[in-house]
Ligand binder design. Structure first.
Ligand code: K1U
Ligand code: ZN
Length: 167
């Protein structure tokens, strides 16, 4: 079992744009497995490769109650989105901070699975929020960037204070 280090906002590496995965090979499968273990251990319901300093288009999500519905998306693309929902979001890279973000209620996603096979998924509710949140990470966007500048500055100050205490 390998637990990966999760970058903390405002680490500059969280703002990098991830590159497409060129080949789904054992290296990518190992990274996806380690990311899933890291997500479950955190605990969280999603994780993007960007958050573990791997700048590839790869995300893992499991919104089930019993960790039984792991989804791995390689090179995900949103094909359709509609509706609107406001959800209280958190982020493993922004520990202890939760705030409301408006997102599409439904998304249709196409991606490759860990065998390198293409699949499509229709997501609603929390799963749709999670897909959008994790795909934002792949383009270097963290959910706090939807909040006001004032809130972002307060969050940065709070996290800086926390890391001084734990250092
Ligand atoms: O991207 C991440 O850091 C993961 C993030 C995903 C997410 C959660 C909620 C709304 C949008 C995106 C998290 O998993 S934060 C932690 C969390 O939500 C959670 C923790 C323990 C149990 C259940 C959920
Ligand atoms: Zn996040």
């Amino acid at each position: 079992m390998a637990l990966l280090n999760i970058l903390r906002y405002p680490d500059a590496r969280l703002f990098k744009v991830a590159a497409p995965v060129l080949k789904v090979d054992d290296r990518i499968r190992k990274l996806a497995k380690d990311m899933a273990e890291t997500m479950y251990a955190a605990p969280g319901v999603g994780l993007a490769a960007t958050q573990v300093d791997q700048h590839l288009r790869l995300i893992v999500i499991d919104v089930s109650d019993d960790k039984s519905e792991l989804l791995t998306f390689i090179n995900p693309e949103i094909l359709e989105k509609d509706g609107e929902q406001v959800c209280e979001e958190g982020c493993l890279s922004v520990p202890g901070i939760y705030d409301k973000v408006t997102r599409a209620e439904h998304v249709k996603v196409r991606a490759l699975d860990i065998k390198g096979e293409s699949f499509e998924l229709e997501a609603h509710g929390l799963l749709a929020v999670c897909v959008q949140h994790e795909m934002d990470h792949l383009v270097g966007k963290v959910f706090v960037q939807y909040l006001s500048r004032l809130k972002q500055e307060r969050i940065k100050a709070k996290l800086a204070k926390q890391s001084r205490i734990t250092a």
